[in-house]
Every structure is written in C-alpha cells, then in structure tokens.
Design a binder for this molecule. Structure first.
Ligand SMILES: C[S@@+](CC[C@H](N)C(=O)[O-])C[C@H]1O[C@@H](n2cnc3c(N)ncnc32)[C@H](O)[C@@H]1O
Length: 177
C-alpha cells in the first residue's frame, strides 16, 4: 500500500513545539502514515506523538532527520513530493495534477515554518497552495490529506486504541477498549 508522510522543515526548539506537534497530530488524524521532523532535534515532540499513539491507536510514525534535502531526494526515488506554499498551484487545480502524477506512488507533503530555502521550490515535484493567501502549515496538511483521501479519512478506524470516543450530541463519552 502507498505511504503518505509529512516532512516538517525548519523546526525550532521551544518556539515551534506546539505547531510542529499539531502538524503531527493533524497528519495522524487525517490519515498520513508518519511525519519526519527536520531542523532542531526535539525528542519531546516524538515522545508526545508516541503517547498519543499509545492511547488512541494506529501506526503513525514520527522521526527526526537532520538533513531535509537527502530525505526529499531519497523520497523522490520512489515517490512524489509536494511542497505546500502560498505561491504554488491552488488546490482545486493542483488536485487533478496530484491524482495523475502520483498514481501508485508514495507521497511526501513538505511544510515549512519560517522562510524556506529557495532551492526547495525547485526540488519538489509540485508546489501547491491551499488558497494563494498566507496562513498555516497545519491547515495546509489537513486540506491536502482530505483531498487525497476524498474525505474517507474522516471515518478511519485506529487499530489497537486503548481509548475510543463514543460521539455524543452533547457531553463527552470516552470508553476504554
Ligand atoms: C506560516 S508559513 C511561513 C511562510 C514564510 N513566511 C515564507 O515566506 O515561506 C509556514 C508554512 O505554512 C504553509 N502555508 C502557509 N500558507 C499556505 C498556503 N496558502 N498554502 C499552502 N501552504 C501554506 C507552508 O508550508 C509554509 O512554509
């Protein structure tokens, strides 16, 4: 089965803890297989993703790779690399290109933090925008995964969960599995 990973570039210790954690949680919840974190090494993020996985299930993998360039080049040997940037092709148009060009391939979705190195705009197979307006890497991950999975990820079952939510119109109900 094809693998879909997110590459979070330029992680900064302390400053980006919350947003990089959110990139990982959103990637996991929306059906990606894992996240590669590049920039400053931050074991606390990997630990917090592992904790979520232990309680809520699934096989999501979080790992650190200091060298984003070799990570992307390695990925390109077997897969398709998407850079998320407000300067790219807007999602409604990019969606058709992704479907055609990534068919049967693994996908790497690259998101940035601060200013991205200019070469990244040329290394990726496709630069895609989720609107051509500035916003957030977290929203970009969610929207792109939702289009790739055509909404099916919203119903996904996470195996080996210790806890599950019984959805309520009002109130909260969590059951131990
Ligand atoms: C807060 S932005 C910082 C962008 C930075 N000012 C720059 O010029 O590269 C962080 C990341 O969010 C994502 N992002 C922001 N707006 C986006 C958009 N409209 N479409 C797709 N991704 C976007 C990109 O991955 C970007 O690297």
């Amino acid at each position: 089965m094809r693998k879909i990973f997110v590459l979070r570039m330029g992680h900064r210790l302390h400053r980006d803890f919350r947003i990089t954690t959110h990139c990982a949680l959103v990637a996991r919840a929306f059906g990606a297989d894992g996240i590669i974190i590049s920039g400053d090494k931050d074991d606390d993020i990997i630990k917090s993703v592992e904790k979520i996985k232990a309680s809520w299930g699934g096989k999501f993998e979080a790992r650190y790779d200091k060298n984003w360039k070799s990570s992307i080049k390695d990925w390109k040997k077997r897969g398709y690399v998407i850079l998320t940037t407000m300067y790219g092709i807007n999602l409604p148009d990019a969606e058709k290109i992704i479907k055609k060009d990534s068919a049967g391939k693994d996908i790497l979705i690259v998101v940035g933090s601060e200013k991205m190195p200019s070469e990244i705009f040329h290394i990726a197979d496709l630069n895609i925008a989720v609107t051509n307006q500035p916003h957030s890497e977290v929203a970009a991950i969610a929207m792109i995964l939702d289009r790739i999975f055509a909404g099916m990820e919203l119903k996904r079952n996470f195996r080996n969960a210790k806890m599950k939510i019984r959805p309520q119109e009002k109130g909260k109900r969590v059951v131990s599995v």
